[in-house]
Ligand binder design. Structure first.
Ligand SMILES: *Cc1c(COP(=O)(O)O)cnc(C)c1O
Length: 484
């Protein structure tokens, strides 16, 4: 509702708002302070921002404005802020201090330097993506990755698609469209988001045949289900949950044995999949594609951006005749990866040729292996500065916590870690104060994402490599929104 000065006729419907002494648009655009903004954002964008700012000032009640607010310099400064906010990319860097190392919502694996460089080269210009340099003829985009993948997994052939969900869709559609896919009830998992195994199987054009029970499935359960209408047997690594207690599952080797005589392909979805046994690096165990291949799996699928440490991709390795059929499926064309993914994945796979230095080069592995002592030292360096910045708002201390690998890998195995434990001062409205505190950290120039646990905001330091960058922006914490 507008507040009209005395004497105006309040019943006149569209009474013009009171005149303000606002600078004219063309004068603002000629102001010396406008030059830098025009240089940076262009004249049309500045004019639009200035118009929006002038409209805002016109709509603001006169009593809420100080004369300084309508000065040319102030209007230009406000327009500059609008332009800066609009120019900020939507997809931004953040600090992942959630304690989940491979966080799907925060982009999973960070790429090693070699992969970033490889992406830069093919992004900038033409490449031999589907061109055979030796013969000068058309090439295959899979050729860049297949030899490496075969060498690393012991498989005869390999191909790569957009992600592991796509890999599974493509494999099932190729092998078992209009036929049955046999799977244990204990493996009908939901991966998160909209990815549920039964839906994927159905959408692949296959009929789901569940065998066994949630906790126990035996070889005879599979044997009874196999028949002339079976297109594939699917074994899924239940990567994001664990069934404990009275359980039984049929291993890959036994399944391969069962599938041999009826000639039914055995497909293993490993989810994360690690190309080298993580135990060798002091990381918890995760099944590897080579184990599955060696046990007799016909095709194995796994993700590129989980424990493998590469870009988003779905890797399919296994029998050459089956991979050839997959390549002929028109869906393969729809699910193919682009050159940036191939460049990044090629570089990451290349690092696996030097296993001794791998754990230092893959950021996710580096983070998972950081010793507790290093995390304690980091907490001791950061806590005092942070406490000073939050004085009166919150207390800061260092405390033990548990990180996770994330992305469904190793769900029951936490990794001991250290966090900055931040508690709002005062007891009343603690939940709201905590949320405002978290909001403050998210509003920093490089947003900091922590996790709320037990009445405190935890900043798990396991993934904090850029300590200087983190410390440098703490000064902005006071001004950030979310002040109590
Ligand atoms: C993560 C996961 C998938 C999905 O992989 P994306 O690469 O995210 O598409 C499929 N199956 C299992 C068992 C998984 O853990």
């Amino acid at each position: 509702m507008s507040i009209l000065p005395p004497g105006d006729d309040a019943t006149t419907p569209a009474a013009p708002p009171p005149r303000r002494h606002l600078p004219a648009l063309d004068r603002l655009l000629r102001d010396p302070a406008a030059a830098a903004l025009i240089e940076r954002y262009g004249r049309p964008a500045l004019a639009t921002a200035l118009r929006a700012e002038l409209d805002r000032l016109r709509a603001t009640p006169a009593t809420a404005l100080r004369p300084a607010d309508t000065a040319a310099g102030a209007v230009l400064a406000q327009a500059g802020e609008r332009l800066e906010a609009a120019a900020r990319p939507s997809l931004r860097r953040v600090f992942n201090l959630t304690g989940t190392v491979l966080h799907t919502n925060l982009g999973r694996a960070a790429l090693p330097e070699a992969a970033i460089a490889a992406v830069g080269i093919v992004a900038a210009g033409p490449s031999n993506l589907e061109y055979d340099l030796a013969s000068g003829a058309r090439g295959e985009r899979d050729d860049h990755l297949e030899p490496l993948l075969c060498a690393l997994t012991g498989a005869a052939a390999a191909t790569v698609v957009n992600n592991n969900a796509a890999a599974l869709l493509l494999v099932l559609n190729t092998l078992a469209a209009r036929r049955q896919v046999v799977i244990s009830r204990g493996e009908l998992i939901e991966i998160g988001g909209a990815f549920r195994l039964p839906d994927i199987i159905t959408r692949s054009g296959c009929r789901l045949v569940e065998v066994g029970t949630t906790n126990r499935t035996h070889p005879r359960d599979y044997a009874e289900a196999l028949g002339p209408r079976t297109g594939a047997v699917l074994k899924v690594h239940t990567s994001n949950y664990a069934i404990e207690g009275f359980t039984a599952a049929v291993g890959e080797a036994d399944l391969a044995q069962l599938c041999r005589v009826p000639h039914v392909p055995l497909v293993v979805d490993l989810g994360s999949g690690a190309l080298l046994d993580p135990r060798r690096y002091g990381l918890p165990h995760e099944p590897t594609p080579m184990q599955a291949i060696a046990a007799g799996a016909d095709l194995v699928t796994f993700s590129g951006d989980k424990l493998l440490g590469g870009p988003q991709a779905g890797l399919i390795v296994g029998r050459a005749d089956l991979i050839a059929r997959i390549r002929r499926n028109p869906l393969k064309r729809a699910l193919r990866v682009d050159k940036l993914t191939i460049a990044a994945l090629g570089a990451v796979l290349g690092l696996y040729r030097d296993p001794d230095r791998l754990a230092e080069r893959l950021p996710a592995w580096r983070a998972l292996r950081r010793p507790l002592a290093a995390l304690h030292d980091q907490a001791a360096r950061l806590a005092p500065a942070l406490a000073a910045r939050l004085a009166g708002l919150a207390t800061v201390e260092s405390g033990a916590c548990v990180s996770q690998v994330g992305s469904g890998s190793l769900p029951t195995q936490g990794v001991a870690s250290v966090a900055l434990v931040i508690r709002p001062v005062g007891r009343r409205g603690a939940g709201a104060a905590l949320r405002r505190l978290a909001e403050r950290f998210r509003a920093l120039p490089v947003p900091v994402i922590g996790r709320i646990h037990d009445g405190a905001l935890l900043l798990d330091l396991r993934c904090l490599e850029d300590e200087a960058g983190f410390a440098a922006q703490l000064a902005a914490l006071r001004d950030a929104p979310g002040a109590p």
